[in-house]
Design a binder for this molecule. Structure first.
Ligand code: PMP
Length: 353
């Protein structure tokens, strides 16, 4: 049987599929619900007219975009690496640091790719638990660190899917103790405006992850990046496939940065809509608890697990957690446009417990 040739430890794994159900409102993947600026669209239209832009391989070193990012973040260009979504960066870091059987410490609950990528790359993902309110528990992190001697520690802030952020002072304390690489995943940083990036010189083990998939609205183009000191970036670069980021993604990310104020306005709107939505959700019968959020999504505990399916049948997609682990009976709702949020609230009103 051909399956006998597959790695035994992956025999029970299933390929990742995100259900492509028909939808009118898609608030399940923390994407930006708004349109791109006229300036960005005009530049894209012009870009595709140039034949070479499509027929030639991309710039494998992603120079122009790294240059722009280095100016924005006030770091050196050699301190930036760009990848196919931050998903790829997570994978590259694991490939470079974790040998078979070695440990990566991952928060629980948090973004599932840390665990999946670790296991796919022959490592062992060991969870450190968030507290009962899903806040970070640094004592749990540090004692897990001392016990497991990991090769990597992941921190996600604001954390997906719980929405809470880690305090800068607390992360600094972690960095004062933890010597192995510490990945601070700031996929939703634009919604808090607080970053660990300024500490990359002080802490050579720190790697900050960012993405263009959330605030910048190009999840479809798959582009993320990391910032760390040059030695760290060079080490991660060992595993980076040549030509990983497409020419189109590199170009569009650059156009977005050229019009960054437009996207900052969208972030402000999304953040104030989130605050309103959090309040409005509080009063809904089917919702048991609304967790505070610093990102563009809200985690809620529901009284009835059928809610995700009910909403999907009305062509509204939210992220449910299939009754597993600590996220059982929880759903994650991405903040949509004002109209989408209104539609969600009125569907919740019609839901019969
Ligand atoms: N980190 C976090 C915390 C995320 O929520 C996501 C996307 N869901 C990613 C990384 C990956 O984003 P991308 O690969 O689209 O850059």
């Amino acid at each position: 049987m051909i399956k006998d040739y597959m790695r035994k430890d992956l025999a029970d794994f299933r390929p990742y599929h995100s259900p492509l159900k028909p939808y009118q409102v898609k608030i399940d993947a923390n994407e930006n619900p708004y349109a791109h600026s006229d300036q960005v669209i005009a530049k894209i239209q012009e870009w595709v007219q140039n034949k070479d832009n499509l027929t030639r391989y991309p710039d494998t070193d992603i120079n122009a975009l790294r240059e722009k990012l280095s100016e924005i973040h006030k770091v050196d260009k050699d301190e930036v690496i760009c990848t196919v979504g931050s998903d790829q960066l997570i994978e590259l870091i694991i490939k470079v640091f974790v040998e078979p059987g070695e440990v990566a410490l991952v928060p629980n609950p948090s973004f599932s790719m840390y665990t999946l990528s670790t296991v796919l790359n022959h490592g062992k993902a060991v969870p450190y638990e968030l507290d009962d309110d899903f806040n970070y528990d640094y004592e749990a992190l540090i004692s897990a660190y001392k016990l497991c001697q990991p090769k990597l520690v992941f921190i996600c802030t604001p954390n997906n899917p719980t929405g809470n952020k880690a305090a800068i002072e607390d992360m600094i304390q972690v960095l004062d103790t933890v010597k192995c690489p510490v990945i601070v995943d700031e996929a939703y940083e634009e919604f808090i405006g607080e970053s660990m990036m300024q500490y990359i010189d002080q802490y050579p083990q720190l790697i900050v992850l960012r993405t263009f998939s959330k605030a910048y609205g190009i999840a479809g183009l798959r582009i993320g990046y990391g910032v760390a000191n040059k030695e760290m970036i060079d080490m991660i670069g060992v595993a980076k496939p040549p030509y990983n980021v497409s020419s189109f993604s590199q170009a569009v990310a650059g156009f977005i940065l050229d019009d960054i104020d437009y996207y900052k306005e969208q972030v402000k709107t999304i953040s104030s809509n989130r605050d309103q939505l959090m309040k409005d959700l509080e009063s809904k019968e089917v919702i048991e608890r609304v967790y505070p959020s610093s990102a563009n999504f809200i985690l809620v505990k529901v009284k009835d697990d059928q809610l995700t399916e009910y909403l999907a049948n009305q062509q509204m997609l939210v992220r449910g957690y299939n009754n597993v682990g600590r996220l059982a009976h929880h759903i994650r709702i991405t903040v949509g446009t004002e109209e989408e949020n209104r539609q969600l609230l009125s569907l919740l009103d019609t839901y019969k417990l």
